[in-house]
Write a protein that binds this ligand. Sequence first.
Ligand SMILES: Nc1ncnc2c1ncn2[C@@H]1O[C@H](COP(=O)(O)OP(=O)(O)OP(=O)(O)O)[C@@H](O)[C@H]1O
Ligand SMILES: [Mg+2]
Length: 243
Amino acid sequence: MPADSAIIRIRDVEKRYVLGGEADVLALRGVNLDVEAGSYLAIMGPSGSGKSTMLNILGCLDRPTAGRYFLGGEDVSRMPDDQLSEARGLKIGFIFQSYNLIAQLTVLENIQVPLLYQGKDVRTHLESCLELAKLVGLGDRLHHRPSQLSGGQQQRVAVARSLVNNPLMILADEPTGNLDSKTGQEVLDLIDRLNEAGKTIVLVTHDDRVASRADRVIHMKDGLIDREVVNRPMRARPAVSSS
Ligand SMILES: Nc1ncnc2c1ncn2[C@@H]1O[C@H](COP(=O)(O)OP(=O)(O)OP(=O)(O)O)[C@@H](O)[C@H]1O
Ligand SMILES: [Mg+2]
């Protein structure tokens, strides 16, 4: 595979959910996609078209049943499970529609969770976690629990958590789906700032206004990329390392 600036390169990717014979679902039917490092991509398309399936594969939460996936030049489609989860933890941050915070943990502890998965020492990284809490505007809510926060605040905790291992890219599945439009915009502004700082963003949305923030929008239909819209040329951005 040639060295280039694509952080994501997928070729002829299929995903078959095996339920048995006729019931099998071919959720992705040979998708090809390149995503440039530092760019901002939105994925749109009707319900059931394969958006979440695609995002799960891009995020190494799931594997293609056929085809290849190169993440940062490395073929992850055939990587053993333990290596795959290590690559995921180091290179990718996730933001979900339903925040997926741990109810029993405080804001600070939730931000620290991905460190634990990487076997990192929480105390060594305390300063950077406090910085992240400040970055998302929750420096004064460190010891609150998720139930004591608004939806927008919870999603901002999730944004901080997605950043804690300094990933190369952030994947977000309907990150504003549960938020009112003003709160949603605040979260999207935060995501814009991460992109301006060099993070690659891939975001699934049903909302044209959300997608308009991306450099490029792909529309999926029946497990394939049906069409693509370029909103703007990718801005020149500083490179960000994963260290
Ligand atoms: N775990 C699974 N087992 C079997 N089929 C699945 C599974 N997950 C998804 N599917 C099927 O794969 C297809 C694509 O689903 P996917 O969740 O990727 O759609 P989506 O575009 O994200 O839809 P939505 O906008 O509703 O979230 C659908 O037909 C769905 O029923
Ligand atoms: Mg979905």
